[in-house]
Design a protein around this ligand. Structure first.
Ligand SMILES: Cc1cc2nc3c(=O)[nH]c(=O)nc-3n(C[C@H](O)[C@H](O)[C@H](O)COP(=O)(O)OP(=O)(O)OC[C@H]3O[C@@H](n4cnc5c(N)ncnc54)[C@H](O)[C@@H]3O)c2cc1C
Length: 166
């Protein structure tokens, strides 16, 4: 559920700025549900933003804890951040870290259709490298491809203090 950001002045709502963050982050921390405990796994991702619909794509081994958990409960939460720069100050409370981040929730699905997997892997590689790749059936059949349809997200930016900006 999107409760809104407490520090409203740090919220990023401009779609182009959100896309810039999605382009930069490269790593997502994917939160899954394991019984009554969270399980968080860092992964690379690709994304599409189509008419405001954000979709994330990841790939990995066909077996493992995250795969088992997604099959049991597809509800996920995620966080990604970039432009992380610690800064210091005179007093302890003046130290901090500038960043840009996105957090959100959605439903994960492990793709079965080979053509859909190929398309997802192309999106993944394009997001990660900026390059176009094509995939053969054999390469695609040995990996899991995860699609996350994001239902809600927020973006936030904490800039460097003015005196530290160049
Ligand atoms: C920066 C980064 C990028 C990554 N990108 C990808 C990616 O694109 N695709 C991908 O599949 N994986 C990626 N990984 C690895 C990923 O974090 C998991 O290790 C991997 O996906 C296996 O997850 P699993 O739940 O199937 O692991 P399993 O091997 O089933 O997990 C068993 C146990 O191993 C431990 N474990 C699992 N992963 C980690 C970890 N990363 N660090 C410490 N302990 C761990 C946990 O205690 C877990 O309960 C990345 C890791 C990092 C740090």
């Amino acid at each position: 559920m999107n409760r809104g950001i407490t520090r409203r002045e740090r919220e990023v709502t401009d779609r182009n700025e959100i896309i810039e963050i999605l382009d930069k982050c490269k790593i997502v921390h994917l939160g899954l549900i394991d019984g009554n405990l969270p399980y968080v796994v860092p992964m690379n991702y690709g994304y599409t933003m189509e008419e405001g619909q954000l979709t994330l794509y990841m790939h990995g081994a066909t077996k493992g804890r995250k795969t088992d958990l997604i099959r049991t409960n597809p509800n996920v939460f995620f966080e990604m951040e970039c432009d992380v720069t610690p800064f210091d100050g005179k007093a302890a409370c003046q130290y901090g870290t500038s960043y840009q981040s996105i957090m959100g929730e959605g439903r994960a699905e492990i793709l079965d259709d080979i053509e859909e997997k190929k398309k997802a892997l192309s999106i993944f590689m394009k997001s990660q490298t900026g390059r176009e790749f094509e995939f053969q059936d054999k390469m695609v059949s040995v990996v899991n491809v995860i699609k996350i349809q994001v239902s809600d997200y927020t973006a936030k930016r904490r800039p460097l203090p003015l005196m530290m900006q160049v």
